[in-house]
Write a protein that binds this ligand. Sequence first.
Ligand code: DG2
Length: 246
Amino acid sequence: MTYTLVLLRHGESEWNAKNLFTGWVDVALSEKGVEEAKRGGQLLRDANVLPDVVHTSLLRRAMNTAHLALDSADRLWIPVKRSWRLNERHYGALQGKDKAQTLAEFGEEQFMLWRRSYDVPPPPIEVGSEFSQDADPRYADAPQVLTECLKDVLERALPYWDAEIVPDLKAGKTVLVAAHGNSLRAIVKYLDGISDEDIAGLNIPTGIPLVYELDEETLKPVKPGQYLDPDAAAEAIKAVANQGKK
Ligand code: DG2
C-alpha cells in the first residue's frame, strides 16, 4: 500500500510577476496566479486525486491557492491546517528587492549562492524595516526569523512534517501541502534524498500539482513525483530557473 501526497506551489504572486524577492512578505496572487490555482484544482479533479486534508503556510498566496484549488476540485470542505513552518524561506535583506537588479549588482555567483545554495543565507533583514515581519502577530509563537537558507527551512519544516503531516498520511488521508518554491524544495530534498549540491538545480513551478506515492513503511517515494501537467511544468521550471536574467 502507498500513501498519496500532493505538493502544490501557490499560483503566481504579484511579486513573482514583478520579479521581486518575496520571502515572508505577504503579497497577493496575481490574476494569472488565481487562474493557475483554479487550474491546479481542476488537474486534481481530472486525475481523481482528491485531498482529504490540506496543510499550508501563514501567507495568503498559499492559503488562497489552497482555497481556490480545493474549490475547483470540489473539496473546499476538507480540514485546513496552517503553520509558519511551511512559509516561504525568509529572504532576509533581499525581501522587496528586484531579482534582476540584485543579479546585476552582485554578480551571478553571489546571486545564485543566495538564491539556490543549501546553506548560505542572505544578509539578515533589519528589524523594523519596511519588509520585516518582526512585529507581525501571526508569528507570535515562532522564533524571531531575520533570514534563512534552505537548510534552515528544512530544519523548521521537518518537525511539522513529523508531527502533523505524517499522522495524516498514516491515517490513509490524501494530503495536500500548498506552500512555496523553497519550502517545497526543502520537502522534495528530504523525500527524494537530493544532495546539498544537487538541490541547487531543482526548481518548482507555480500552480501545478506534484503527486507522490509514498511507501507505507518508509514514507519515502516509491517512484519519482509526477506533475499532473508535465509539459507545462517543464516549461515553467525553466522560467523559474532563469528568473533574474531578464
Ligand atoms: C519566491 C521564490 O517564493 O523565489 O520568495 O521570491 O514561492 O513564495 O513565490 P514564492 C520568493 P526564488 O527562490 O525562486 O527566487
